[in-house]
Design a protein around this ligand. Structure first.
Ligand code: NAP
Ligand code: MG
Length: 401
């Protein structure tokens, strides 16, 4: 069998247990079938430290060039990691750096299997959360009000002071917070959501709290409505999909009653919280895919989980671990499928479909990693090591090739 050719994608290697899984996936599930063509960046912490994090910036710029990247989970250093890796500095989160360069929205969707039932029994199809990844409380300025005093909101325009309003006349101690967002970022967020919904042929829901937040959230609502009317309405109608806006309270109730199969666009904080709720309700973080989509059509695929540190320390002691590689495999299949779609490379998109099917077939056959075995109510499930799980996926894949 000859290997499937492909154009370049950007490959970003990572840390700890996921770095081990990364190599196993490439060796067993990709290289034997595809003429893997990647521009490799090592985002493992030692390399980031050695290059003063330049490698992360280079990788993000490479995604802008090749349009598609696939990323392994990486350590975001804290004080303990600085000590552990003897780092020159507490480098920033690579995901944050890449996001800032690509200006994106993060889409997170669960991988659904027959054997793992969602906690919400009505959910039949995945629910994708589209999280605006800029501003709001994540970029806010806070103040612990020590005692009695007056808090004001003051905006000074280019040509002098233009707006001043009392927030609260404190009669005692309290707290204060100022947050912001920008039209340009909200517009990018809206475009990314509309494009993703069209790409995946799913309805788009958007929710905020505009009844209470009459300027802030209202701005989000109006920008979405405006962009939809002007640029997407026709294509949505043609694709037979729907966009609607609703209050977040109503959205939460509808989401629970729904059968899934749509994209739920959320402001930064709502998306942060709701994606944990949705992924847990569907089963496991190890079954959650994540893709960063930029408004000019660049894609970065990754797993939603971290580097599985606890498993890595056991691996270093020579123990077999049963770490789940599914989300990382789906990051690769997502990247390969997108490459195939952009280039009209049908064998590559077919391969991505088969790889995903081989994963799901393996789980359905009862062979799975420990995190899934505890969720599965089937009788004869077999908990296997990561290596044996990947070997079983390869067997299923070979049958299809
Ligand atoms: P984590 O790596 O996601 O792991 C937390 C726990 O969840 C694991 O100990 C494991 O539970 C379970 N788990 C997660 N993924 C799993 C998988 N694929 N298979 C089986 N079990 C899985 O989160 P963390 O321990 O908080 O973070 C570790 C490192 O990852 C940190 O340095 C953090 O900075 C980094 N991180 C990176 C990203 C990213 O690059 N996107 C995201 C989050 C965190 P048990 O131990 O109970 O089996
Ligand atoms: Mg969170």
């Amino acid at each position: 069998m000859s290997k499937i050719p492909m154009n370049t994608i950007v490959e970003m290697d990572g840390d700890e247990m996921t770095r081990i899984l990364w190599k196993m996936i490439k060796d067993e599930l990709l290289s034997p079938f595809v003429e893997l063509n990647t521009e490799y960046y090592d985002l493992g912490l030692p390399k980031r430290d050695e290059t003063n994090d330049q490698v992360t910036i280079d990788a993000a710029n490479a995604i802008k060039k090749h349009r598609i990247g696939v990323k392994c989970a990486t350590i975001t250093p804290n004080a303990q990691r600085v000590e552990e890796y003897k780092l020159k500095e507490m480098w920033k989160s690579p995901n944050g750096t890449i996001r800032a360069i690509l200006d994106g929205t993060v889409f997170r969707a669960p991988i659904i299997t027959e054997s793992i039932k969602p906690y919400v029994i009505g959910w039949k199809k995945p629910i994708t959360i589209a999280r605006h990844a800029y501003g709001d409380v994540y970029k806010s300025t806070e103040y612990r009000v020590p005692s009695k005093g007056k808090a004001e909101l003051l905006f000074t325009g280019e040509n002098g002071e233009t707006f001043r309003q009392t927030i609260y006349d404190f009669e005692c101690a309290g707290v204060l917070q100022g947050q912001y967002n920008k039209d340009s970022s909200i517009e990018s967020f809206a475009h990314a959501c509309f494009q993703y919904a069209l790409d995946t042929k799913q309805d788009l829901w958007f929710s905020t709290k505009d009844t209470i937040s009459k300027q802030y959230d209202q701005t989000f609502k109006l920008i979405f409505a405006d962009i939809y009317e002007k640029e997407y309405k026709e294509s949505f109608e043609k694709a037979g999909i729907e966009y609607f806006y609703t209050l977040i309270d109503d959205a939460v109730a509808r989401v629970i009653r729904s059968e899934g199969g749509f994209v739920w666009a959320c402001k930064n904080y709502d998306g942060d919280v709701m994606s944990d709720m949705v992924s847990t309700a569907f089963g496991s973080l190890a079954m959650m895919t994540s893709v960063l989509v930029s408004p000019d059509g660049n894609y970065e695929f990754e797993a939603a989980h971290g580097t599985i540190t606890r498993h890595y320390y056991r691996y270093l002691k020579g123990e077999q671990t049963s770490s789940n590689p599914i989300a990382t495999i789906f990051a690769w299949s997502g990247a390969l499928r997108k490459r195939g779609e952009l280039d009209g490379n049908k064998p590559l998109t077919d391969f991505a479909d088969k790889l995903e099917k081989a994963c799901l077939d393996t789980i359905e056959s009862g062979i799975m990693t420990g995190d899934l075995a505890v969720l599965c109510d089937k009788k004869d499930t077999k908990k296997v090591s990561s290596g044996d799980f990947i070997a079983a996926i390869r067997q299923n894949l070979e049958k299809m090739m």
